[in-house]
Design a protein around this ligand. Structure first.
Ligand code: GLA
Length: 654
């Protein structure tokens, strides 16, 4: 009925000899709209109140919420688009800030700049003659989508030909770009590995190729031995020094050789740690059994063959005072103050032994506060006891999550208060007779990248939980890359876990479902993390890994960019309105270059040698396709899909 009435609003006129009419946006089918919250509203704001921008009321229009996109097929039939745009008054929050953008056939036709609550409506009146596909977009102005109620008021088309029709955003096939590893051996993983003298040593040589493979290692320091059948090196770390070990792998199809530098000293994590963390899949459902399965899959899926190594338990392995699962409720500590794992974790030492038996490493989680973020027992006032216990159990990695520590410092975020708990645990971990990588998780407070290393940290989260803002992967990465000067061996900026494949929804801690990212976004995600030398922790469902997800996670040439011994985080070079380059210097003089497109349509991105400090005609290799593209003079240009990337390595010689 309403639609019938609204269609009368369409008015006829005569433009250039053709009958032209006005077609209102709110009369179109709005169901293809994608938006960050709620559903599109006809003639009212997202809160279902009359459309109102800075006190100005509008009878007609569409109320939406950032981030929002609506694709419209104009088929060349429209000549103008007009509207008044702004933040809806009903948001009631001064933090609301949005950007409106209109894209036509891949070109930006109009953009509003940042509009906040109370800013008068901005009018749009643009020529869309000949445009085939138009996209109406609302962005979050870079500060997250909270309160971002956005109105396309009085929005209408002048139409002289084909009628505008909304359309579903074109879907992308999940194309596997990378050839499967060949049958002959290839040794992957880091080229440099740090350990501390006298501590237990464990290193599984990551190697692709058909099994059985026979391994050999020449130049292994005293105290270390290799199991030739499985490629696992164990023993006790040697005295301080640098040891160049020649690793060899051979099978029926061929042989491979590579030098691994073992650096025995004070610094661990000489390359970004790689592994899996349970959080974004199992949340408070994690069990000993699921952890063991993850370790099994890390080997059987081939992930361990390209360098994934840590199998990390996140929150919820301890007891809570109350929880929906009675098996997770119990005493937080025993009579002697020892932390008590919950009934889903009957044997912590047995679990770490199991993980180690596969040549992998085990990680654990706690908080400096009395409770973890999910309300389980934290380490407050038991730090020394817990550090000892974690080492005795055999854990190799500790994530230390601020959580309830706010209560301890009563909200005092002075640098001293921020550092204190991390310094304490950092010192304690160094005193253990184990190499324990220390991961600070406090969401970037007090510029943690400036002092994380000083308190004993090896990596630090630079922001909040990425699971809450998967639609902002590019923004989060670009923010993380701002701290690039703090990236170096043993000291890594951590933009959070890789969330592709099946993952749970962080908001509801739900069961795993397909991640909301398009295939190209997933390639871009992995490329960004590798270019930034970020820790690579997959946090999706290990029990349902599909071929596409494994392809994105396991390309050894891409991972090599992450694991490069220089430890540099790429620098960002803007390339166009929606495009940018990331350029990373590699130890052998090569450069890794990511060409990224954040726009809604495929476009050409150009990397100019003058911007990259590249000379001559270097050979260029496409890393996702593992294909040599030839030599290029002056520049390399590629078509880059929407929200996607092309990742290349320039052989700059030396
Ligand atoms: C915080 C952290 C997450 C995860 C949860 C567990 O939100 O940032 O990575 O560890 O706590 O409760």
């Amino acid at each position: 009925m309403k639609h019938l009435f609204l269609s009368w609003l369409t008015t006829a006129a005569c433009i250039g000899g053709f009958a032209a009419e006005t077609v209102w946006l709110h009369t179109l089918d709005l169901t293809p709209t994608r938006q960050g919250y709620g559903t599109p509203q006809i003639d009212r704001g997202i809160r279902e109140q009359p459309l109102s921008i800075a006190g100005q009321k509008f009878e007609h229009g569409v109320g939406t919420h950032a981030k929002s996109t609506l694709w419209i097929n104009l088929a060349g039939g429209s000549s103008r688009f007009q509207a008044a745009v702004g933040v809806d008054d009903a948001t009631g929050d001064a933090k609301a800030s949005v950007t409106f953008k209109i894209v036509g056939d891949g070109r930006t036709l109009w953009q509003s700049g940042t509009l906040k609550m109370g800013d008068p409506a901005k009018s749009v009146d643009i020529d869309v003659t000949g445009i085939q596909t138009m996209i109406l977009m609302v962005g979050d102005a870079g500060d997250g989508i909270a309160f971002d109620h956005a109105n396309w008021a009085d929005a209408r088309f002048r139409v002289a030909g084909a009628m505008p029709k909304t359309m579903a955003q074109p879907s992308e096939p999940a194309v596997i770009l990378t050839p499967a590893p060949g049958p002959s051996p290839r040794i992957n993983g880091p080229r440099v590995y740090g350990c501390r003298p006298g501590n237990p040593f464990l290193y599984r040589i990551p190697t692709t190729g058909e099994r059985p493979i026979r391994f050999a290692a020449a130049g292994l320091p005293d105290g270390l031995r290799l199991d030739a059948a499985n490629g696992i090196i164990t023993g006790t770390s040697p005295k301080r020094g640098r040891y160049a070990v020649t690793l060899r792998a051979a099978n029926a199809h061929g042989r491979a050789k590579r030098t691994l530098k073992i650096v025995c000293g004070d610094t661990l994590a000489l390359t970004p740690p790689m592994g899996w963390n349970h959080w974004y899949t199992h949340y408070d459902r994690i069990t000993d059994e699921l952890m063991r399965q993850a370790a099994d899959v890390m080997v059987s899926s081939g992930m361990a063959d390209v360098g994934y190594q840590y199998v990390n338990i996140d929150d919820c392995w301890m007891n809570a005072s109350k929880n929906r699962d009675p098996l997770r409720v119990g005493p937080l500590r025993d009579d002697r103050g020892n932390i008590v794992p919950n009934k889903h974790f009957p044997d912590m030492k047995g679990l770490s032994d199991y993980i180690h038996s596969k040549g992998l490493k085990a990680g654990l989680y706690t908080s400096p506060g009395p409770l973890t973020c999910a309300g389980f027992a934290g380490s407050h006032e038991h730090e020394a006891q817990d550090a000892r216990q974690f080492a005795e159990w055999g854990f190799d990695f500790l994530k230390y999550d601020w959580c309830s520590y706010d209560g301890v410092v009563k909200g005092d975020h002075s640098l001293e208060s921020l550092k204190r708990p991390y310094q304490l645990m950092g010192d304690l971990l160094k005193q253990q007779n184990r190499d324990i990588v220390f991961n600070l998780c406090q969401y970037g407070m007090g510029n943690v990248w400036e002092w994380g290393e000083e308190v004993g940290g090896h990596c630090w989260r630079t922001a909040g939980d990425l699971g809450f803002e998967l639609d902002r992967v590019f923004e989060v990465a670009l923010k993380n890359a701002e701290h690039r000067v703090h990236s170096k061996p043993g000291s890594w900026n951590d933009p959070d876990y890789i969330q592709i494949g099946l993952i749970g929804n962080a908001r509801g801690m739900g069961e795993p479902i397909p991640c909301p990212l398009t295939p190209n976004e997933q390639y871009a995600f992995m490329s960004l993390w590798c270019l930034m030398a970020a820790p690579l922790f997959y946090s999706g469902d290990m029990n349902h890994l599909d071929a596409f997800t494994l392809n994105v996670l396991c390309n050894p040439e891409v991972i090599e960019i992450d694991q490069d011994p220089l430890g540099e985080c790429a620098r960002v070079i803007p390339a166009g309105e929606d495009t940018f380059l990331m350029v990373k210097d590699l130890e052998d003089g090569d450069k890794a270059v990511g060409l990224f497109n954040r726009g809604e349509m495929e476009t050409t991105v150009t990397a100019r040698w003058s911007d990259l400090d590249v000379k001559g005609r270097p050979p260029v290799r496409d890393l996702w396709h593992q294909e040599n593209l030839g030599r290029f003079r002056d520049a390399f240009a590629a078509r880059v899909p929407a929200h996607g990337c092309v990742l290349v390595r320039l052989d700059c010689g030396r």
